[in-house]
Ligand binder design. Structure first.
Ligand SMILES: C[S@@+](CC[C@H](N)C(=O)[O-])C[C@H]1O[C@@H](n2cnc3c(N)ncnc32)[C@H](O)[C@@H]1O
Length: 240
């Protein structure tokens, strides 16, 4: 987006000096959207980046032109911060794993009254699904972003799920109680997650990551799903 912004500003400067004309602001915003879309496509980023890239600058233009009351911006800020707090605190944004990932992780959960946790449970989709499919397991989620946590907690109440959704930071959690810990975080979080899991998790328990690797620690198993994010599994050796 910054690169597209720089290109549009360069074009505006060329138009001003070469043609002695100002670039129309609507044309500039549309150009920014188009250029960002091209760059996103060229770099092979996931499809949803194309939508963000295309619409970001035009949406800013519409927002500024809409002359929203001051409190409207405040509400927007609170909603975004309430959903994205994980990105601010631990560089892990909110994005959701798919049902096919949930099914793969569900198949890894040992039988019997085991304890499972989703580290950063987002809107609660995975834990509510797992609690419904595996009623004998105690399923928990922990989430740091207040609004995401409230959504998950309400969903669990409305669906009468046995999943327990707690508000908090997994980095302060004792991992020793869990037979399986599921994480869909970000590359930035993985080295510390591994340190915490290997210091706390019992021998034979499973650490499962959707998509993200742990640098220098190959998984015991890698489940590839066509067109989906891979699921990586580490069998823990016991606390060091
Ligand atoms: C990529 S989302 C995954 C959501 C959900 N687990 C799923 O699979 O759909 C990661 C979530 O982790 C949360 N998060 C990030 N850092 C956290 C932390 N230190 N403690 C608890 N939650 C955290 C974020 O707010 C975000 O909702």
């Amino acid at each position: 987006m910054l690169l597209a912004g720089a290109l549009v500003l360069t074009l505006a400067a060329l138009a001003r000096h070469g043609l002695d004309r100002a670039l129309d602001i609507r044309l500039a915003l549309a150009l920014h959207g188009g250029l960002t879309l091209l760059l996103v496509w060229w770099w092979g980023l996931p499809w949803w980046w194309r939508i963000i890239g295309l619409l970001f600058a035009p949406a800013v233009g519409v927002g500024v032109g809409a002359a929203l009351p001051g409190w409207g911006w405040g509400v927007g800020f609170v909603v975004l911060a309430g959903l994205s707090w994980g990105a601010v605190v631990s560089r892990v944004p909110l994005f959701l794993s798919s049902r096919s990932v949930w099914v793969q992780v569900e198949a890894l959960v040992p039988g019997g009254p085991v304890r499972v946790i989703d580290l950063g449970s987002g809107l609660g989709g995975f834990v509510i699904h797992l609690a419904a499919e595996r009623p004998e397991a105690a399923v928990e989620g922990i989430e740091l972003a207040p609004l995401a946590w409230i959504c998950g907690w309400l969903r669990a109440r409305v669906t009468r799920s046995s999943a327990r959704l707690r508000f908090g930071d997994y980095r302060r959690l004792d991992f020793s109680a869990y037979d399986l810990a599921f994480a869909f975080l970000s590359p930035a979080a993985m080295p510390d997650l591994w340190a915490q899991a290997s210091a706390g998790m019992r021998a034979g328990s499973l650490l499962v990551s959707c998509e993200f690797e742990i640098p220098g620690v190959p998984p015991a198993r890698r489940i590839e799903l066509p067109g989906q994010r891979p699921v990586l599994v580490w069998t823990m050796p016991g606390p060091r």
